[in-house]
Design a protein around this ligand. Structure first.
Ligand code: ADP
Length: 459
């Protein structure tokens, strides 16, 4: 700067001296004024070039303006670059922050002090059915019309949060949202939403389950308590006493079965998935199932059922023996319990044309109407309540079967025709089943025969 003032003073002195030499004092004055005008004109041109450069905003193409103006331009360029860097950093931080809110499983809506939507994440847009572009700056009350929300929005101090229906809610596919409003800044509000449909459904299921278990236990307990009272207060002859004790034994057996099935279910839910280390010999399992089924049929039916067992190819299944036994005997028990005495019940282990294997139980019982089929594996769902109770059913058998089959990567197929009978099949994936050597050829032959049979029956 000093250099520039010095240069300016030198130019004035030179102009004044030249003017003096040419025309005395007036010439000196004119010389000084002329030098000043030229100096200012040059400055104006440089200033204009600087302004044009700044306006263009392209900091890379800096004009050459001479020492003082170059310094000015350099400093301006450095300042602008610093500001750009700072803005970039703030923008990156803002983007990270918005990305984090976008990734949140909860909905986030920023409302201004009039209730207009300033910003919302994709989850909130899905929860409330907002269009991320069209609905910005719309009033929240115009878009979320649920009366529960309207009441809460107008009087948020009434409760910390509310549960309302979400976008796309219907009776068959409920969507429930937990919604919070938080005040922040000057009159602004933050609206948070969380999908609680699964939590509400789990709660309802838990309540139903507890109610069902209590109901199932209360009935035999009431009967037992009644008999105990009778035995305590009345003098009974030996026959009556024996009959009462037998009835009491039946009721306590019923409670035992229920508790045992409940424990099985909770064990299935709580234990890790079956690994690949345990190989279950199917022949042995089928032999045990057959013996149990024959014993049950003799106990329950007179005359006993006509049981037909086909052990099929000799295989080993990778899985948990106790679980597989429980699933297979549940299907057989049901077939025997629901099929009238003397009728046919058959069970078969076989390879399927698609490479999978199945354990199939076919009965000639009453059959099940189609509307019940999708609900059969629900806990405590019964089609024939009295037959189930009479034969010691807990209502948990097929729920256990479904769990076991799913844990082994398989599928439970049910086919039933009212008046003709039912077929329940546990289908296991090929990678869980290994043919024991020697039975491979036979299995291939049997598979071929069974596909030929099915082609023939389809034709
Ligand atoms: P339960 O202990 O009552 O038999 P399950 O879960 O094993 O409970 O079966 C659920 C319901 O499905 C039964 O109550 C019965 O009404 C029906 N069911 C199951 N298997 C058969 C079958 N083979 N034939 C007819 N109905 C069946």
């Amino acid at each position: 700067m000093l250099l520039r003032i010095g240069g300016w003073a030198l130019a004035l002195f030179a102009g004044g001296t030249l003017g003096w030499l040419l025309a005395d004092a007036r010439g000196a004055l004119l010389g000084v004024v002329a030098v000043n005008v030229v100096w200012m004109a040059l400055d104006a041109v440089r200033g204009l070039r600087l302004l044009r450069w700044l306006k263009r905003g392209d900091m890379t193409r800096q004009p050459q303006l001479g020492a003082f103006w170059d310094e000015f331009a350099n400093r301006t360029r450095r300042l602008v670059r610093l500001r750009d860097q700072q803005t970039q950093e703030v923008q990156t931080r803002l983007d990270d922050f918005l990305d984090a809110i976008q990734a949140s499983p909860n909905g986030v809506v920023l409302l201004d002090n009039l209730g207009h939507i300033e910003w919302c994440n994709q989850t909130a847009a899905n929860h409330f059915g907002f269009d991320l572009e069209r609905d910005l700056m719309q009033h929240i009350g115009n878009l979320v019309r649920d009366p529960v929300f309207a009441a809460y929005y107008n009087h948020p101090q009434g409760s910390p949060d509310v549960v309302m229906t979400g976008n796309g809610h219907s009776a068959s596919r409920p969507v429930r949202l937990l919604v919070h409003l938080h005040a922040y800044g000057t009159g602004r509000r933050l609206l948070l939403s969380r999908d609680v449909t699964a939590v509400e459904q789990a709660d309802a299921m838990r309540r139903d389950f507890v109610a069902n278990v209590s109901h199932e236990i209360r009935t035999p307990l009431t009967v037992l308590a009644g008999f105990v009272e009778t035995l305590q207060n009345l003098t009974l002859d030996e026959n009556e006493r024996r009959r009462y004790l037998a009835l009491m034994a039946t009721q306590s057996q019923r409670m035992q079965s229920l508790v045992s099935d409940l424990l099985t279910l909770s064990k299935l839910e709580g234990s890790p998935l079956p690994g690949a280390h345990e190989r279950v010999p199917m022949r042995r399992l089928l032999a045990q199932c057959e013996a149990d089924a024959r014993a049950l049929s003799t106990l329950l039916a007179d005359p006993p059922h006509q049981l037909n067992f086909d052990a099929g190819p000799d295989c080993e299944v990778t899985g948990v023996q106790s679980e597989l036994l429980s699933a297979m005997s549940n299907l057989l028990n049901n077939a025997i319990r629901y099929t009238p005495p003397g009728r046919h019940v058959s069970a078969r282990w076989q390879a399927l044309p698609n490479g999978r294997f199945e354990f199939m139980v076919k009965d000639s019982g009453p059959g099940i109407a189609p509307e019940h089929l999708p609900r059969l594996t629900e806990r405590f769902y019964r089609v024939d309540r009295s037959r189930s109770r009479e034969t010691g059913g807990t209502g948990l058998g097929l729920a256990i079967v479904k769990h076991v089959v799913q844990r082994h990567g398989g599928e439970l197929r049910i086919h039933s025709v009212v008046g003709q009978g039912s077929t329940f099949a546990i289908e296991l994936p090929a990678n869980r089943v290994r043919l024991v050597s020697g039975s491979a050829d036979r299995s291939a032959h049997e598979t071929r025969r069974s596909s030929e049979r099915s082609i023939a029956s389809n034709a």
